[in-house]
Design a protein around this ligand. Structure first.
Ligand code: FES
Length: 145
């Protein structure tokens, strides 16, 4: 009974993996399985949470040293693609200064991960919006000091 159930679960997982690979491509699939930068950063210098019209949220955490991002993290309560897009947004923020961060957009995230199906493109725009808000938070705090 247990073996049959385990086999069923394994088969189901393989099927889901195969469909995800087919629909989203290898690069997105790999990040989906290993979403690096999925972390909460304590005392971030820049933080924002954005909620999309789909109802999902992405949070971005940034820490700066000498004006560049040295630590980045994200959280999401959303779909698989939001996990991938948040992860890429955090990765793309690493090592960048404020001016360079402004260039990270939904388009550049989509380009970096090799595109998404049309119905999931908004997930990249949500990740970019969260990143840009976290940057604004950083700049407004920095300018107050
Ligand atoms: Fe809402 Fe992807 S469906 S962020």
């Amino acid at each position: 009974m247990d073996d049959a159930f385990d086999n069923f679960v394994d088969q189901l997982q393989s099927q889901i993996d195969e469909e995800t690979r087919r629909d989203f491509g290898e690069k997105v699939y790999q990040r989906w399985k290993n979403p690096c930068y999925l972390q909460i950063i304590n005392d971030p210098h820049g933080y924002a949470k954005q909620t999309g019209t789909c109802g999902d949220s992405i949070e971005i955490y940034l820490k700066f040293e000498n004006g560049v991002v040295y630590e980045a993290g994200f959280q999401t309560d959303g779909c698989g693609p939001s996990l991938v897009c948040g992860s890429y947004a955090a990765q793309m923020a690493m090592g960048k200064n404020a001016a360079e961060l402004m260039d990270i957009s939904g388009e550049s995230i989509l380009e970096e991960l090799g595109g998404l199906p049309d119905e999931n493109e908004h997930c990249a725009y949500l990740a970019a919006a969260a990143l840009q808000s976290a940057l604004e938070d950083y700049v407004s705090r920095r300018d107050k000091v």
